[in-house]
Structure formats: structure tokens, C-alpha cells
Ligand binder design. Structure first.
Ligand code: ADP
Ligand code: MG
Length: 339
């Protein structure tokens, strides 16, 4: 495919009308109308093959995830998604691959009424850079720096599933296998159906994260600080602490785990995935004690479980304690490039 065929294919598959897009893909720049009284929230995330995703990742999943991780950043500041630009670099341009990639992107974009308004298409090692734009009323954005001593620390959903899913893919035998992965290999015992279900659930969390956009909007005016958990809970909560000039104490026993994670992994592995695994795309936020019950109730009404995992303390850094109150050392708080 030639460059302009690729752009046409992406534009056609991602078509979504928004009144505020006065000029979309096709010209030298998009022309976009801002709603009055709102600030523009802008965030960029890159996914590089071999760094952020495995080389055999399905293109649909890659298109979905590139948008999901960016929407997660908008969720963390409490912004409503509106527009995106896509910089796509590929070694080869295969029509089927590009179509599936665009379909994965479009599936999630439609859910959030987000319009793809431009981008860039280049040849090179596979890499996807997305910039998303959203709206937030002046003064309403969630920030990392507002946590106060005594605030509750809460996370949405469950932690560790995506990292556990990645560890399954990295096991030499593929871990507790699904039937299709196992095709043609008679030497292996058949996995129990419940194990297959759990394995699929963890892989879905890795491949198709669901950004907590609705929850970010609910947290406006309620949370004192917020971040999305992308690199690992301890690392990301550490950013909230540093920005807020405080620390946090979390109880490992309280960390929310999915039934799939409980089923397939022992306590030590679970804890590592939950504390520092990354790729969760849950929100971690703080709220004054007095507001905790109301915020948990509002999140529950939105269909999202949330769990209090600890509190903000004066001493800097993130401390993790076990059920007996002993401190747990965290070897690697989260993913970091160049380290
Ligand atoms: P220019 O060379 O002037 O920067 P391009 O030829 O790169 O413009 O792009 C032509 C049009 O297609 C522009 O509107 C650009 O935003 C859009 N575009 C290019 N690549 C992508 C992409 N991967 N996704 C969405 N829009 C794209
Ligand atoms: Mg130009």
C-alpha cells in the first residue's frame, strides 16, 4: 500500500462525525472548535514493538490498546475525550494489518465518541504514537499534587491482571493453555475449562484495557489527587506522593485481585504483579476520610468496584505492609525506561 492509501483506509474505518471537528483528516492541519469555559487536556503515549507490546500482537488489539492507554491519561485528569492524532510507523504496509489496526482503534473511539482528526504515516520499526485531546472545565481537573495527610488511598477495579497475562505469554510453555493455543500438541494434559477461562480473562486485561473515563469524570470535585496506574501501583502512587509532598502506606492484603488472578497465581507472584506489574489502567486516587463513602457509592453506581488500600502519611515514599503490619520491600516499584 502507498502512504495515501493507508491514510484513506484509516480515515474510512475510523470515520466519526463530531460537530466540533470543522476540518479533519486531509488538510495540512485539523481545525477544531473548543467549547467555551473548558480547558484542553492533551496527552501523548507511544507504544513501541518489543518494548510495550510483543512482536506478534494482533493489530486489532494494538489499535485498541494505543487508544486505551491514552484515554486512561485523560481519565486520570477527569477530562472528557474528544479528538486524537495518530503517528503510525510501520516496516511494511499490509492492507489487512492496517485495516485490523484501524478497526481496533475505531471500536474504542466509537465508545467514547472520539474523532481521529489527523496524524502522520511513516516507514520504520513498528511504533504507534497517539495524542489525545479532551475537555475539562477550568479548575475541575484532577491533579497528582492534591493528596493530604490522612486521605484514603483508593484504586478502581483490580490490579495485576495484565502483568499476570504477560507472564503467561512469556512462559516457555505458554502457561495454563487455552484449547486453541494447544492445538496439535497431544503430549500436554488438557487444561481444565476454568483455567482456560481465567487465562483468557488475564490476557484480555493485557490486550484490551478498558480506560476508566466515566470514573475519572465522577472523581471531579471529590478526589484530592488522581493518577492512572500504568507503570505499576507503587511507582505511580509514588508520583502522587512526590507531587503532594507526602507519602503513603498501603496494606498488601487489601489490594484488589480478580478471581482469575487468584485462581492462577500464588500469593507471592500475585503481590508482585499487583504492586509493580503495570499495564493495569486503573485509577488510583486519594480522598479525604469524610468523602470516602460517597465516592465509593458513586463509583459502585457507575458499575465500577473500588477498594481502599491505604492512606496518605507524612513520611515520603510508598510503604507496603503485610497483614501482620510488617514492612514488605518492593524490589522494583514499576516499569521505567532507561533503567
Ligand atoms: P503533511 O505532509 O502536510 O504533514 P501528510 O501527507 O502527512 O501531511 O498527511 C495528510 C493528511 O492525512 C493530514 O491531514 C494528516 O493529518 C493525515 N494523516 C496522516 N497520517 C495519518 C494517520 N496515521 N492517521 C490519521 N491521519 C493521518
Ligand atoms: Mg503539510
Amino acid at each position: 500500500m502507498a502512504e495515501f492509501d493507508i491514510i484513506d483506509l484509516i480515515r474510512d474505518r475510523c470515520a466519526l462525525a463530531r460537530e466540533d471537528v470543522r476540518l479533519g483528516i486531509g488538510d495540512d492541519a485539523a481545525l477544531l472548535a473548543m467549547p467555551a469555559g473548558q480547558l484542553l487536556a492533551v496527552s501523548t503515549d507511544t507504544l513501541v514493538e518489543g518494548v510495550h507490546f510483543l512482536p506478534d500482537t494482533a493489530p486489532f488489539d494494538l489499535g485498541w490498546k494505543a487508544l486505551a492507554v491514552n484515554l486512561s491519561d485523560l481519565a486520570a485528569v477527569g477530562a472528557t475525550p474528544a479528538w486524537a492524532t495518530l503517528a503510525l510507523t510501520m516496516a511494511r504496509a499490509e492492507r489487512g494489518w492496517v485495516a485490523a489496526f484501524a478497526d481496533g482503534f475505531a471500536a474504542l473511539a466509537r465508545e467514547f465518541k472520539l474523532a481521529l482528526v489527523g496524524g502522520d504515516t511513516t516507514s520504520g520499526p513498528l511504533s504507534v504514537t497517539l495524542t489525545v485531546h479532551g475537555f475539562v472545565p477550568e479548575g475541575a481537573a484532577l491533579r497528582r499534587g492534591g493528596a493530604r495527610i490522612g486521605d484514603a488511598v483508593i484504586v478502581t477495579g483490580t490490579l495485576g491482571d495484565a502483568a499476570a497475562g504477560l507472564s503467561l505469554l512469556r512462559q516457555p510453555d505458554g502457561g495454563p493453555q487455552g484449547a486453541q493455543d494447544n492445538a496439535g500438541d497431544d503430549s500436554r494434559p488438557e487444561p481444565a475449562p476454568a483455567q482456560e477461562t481465567a487465562r483468557s480473562a488475564l490476557l484480555m486485561r493485557l490486550r484490551r484495557p478498558a480506560p476508566r473515563v466515566a470514573q475519572g469524570l465522577l472523581l471531579r470535585g471529590r478526589a484530592s489527587a488522581c493518577i492512572d496506574v500504568s507503570d505499576g501501583l507503587v511507582a505511580d502512587l509514588g508520583h502522587v506522593c512526590a507531587a503532594s509532598g507526602a507519602g503513603a502506606e498501603i496494606e498488601a492484603e487489601r489490594l484488589p485481585a480478580s478471581s482469575a488472578l487468584l485462581q492462577l497465581f500464588e500469593a507471592d507472584a500475585r503481590r508482585t504483579f499487583q504492586l509493580s506489574g503495570g499495564d493495569d489502567y486503573e485509577l488510583c486516587f486519594t480522598v479525604p476520610d469524610a468523602g470516602e463513602a460517597a465516592v465509593l457509592a458513586a463509583l459502585a453506581r457507575s458499575g465500577c468496584a473500588a477498594t481502599r488500600i491505604g492512606r496518605i502519611i507524612a513520611e515520603p515514599g510508598v510503604r507496603v505492609r503485610d497483614a501482620a503490619g510488617r514492612r514488605i520491600a518492593v524490589a522494583r516499584p514499576g516499569w521505567e525506561h532507561f533503567s
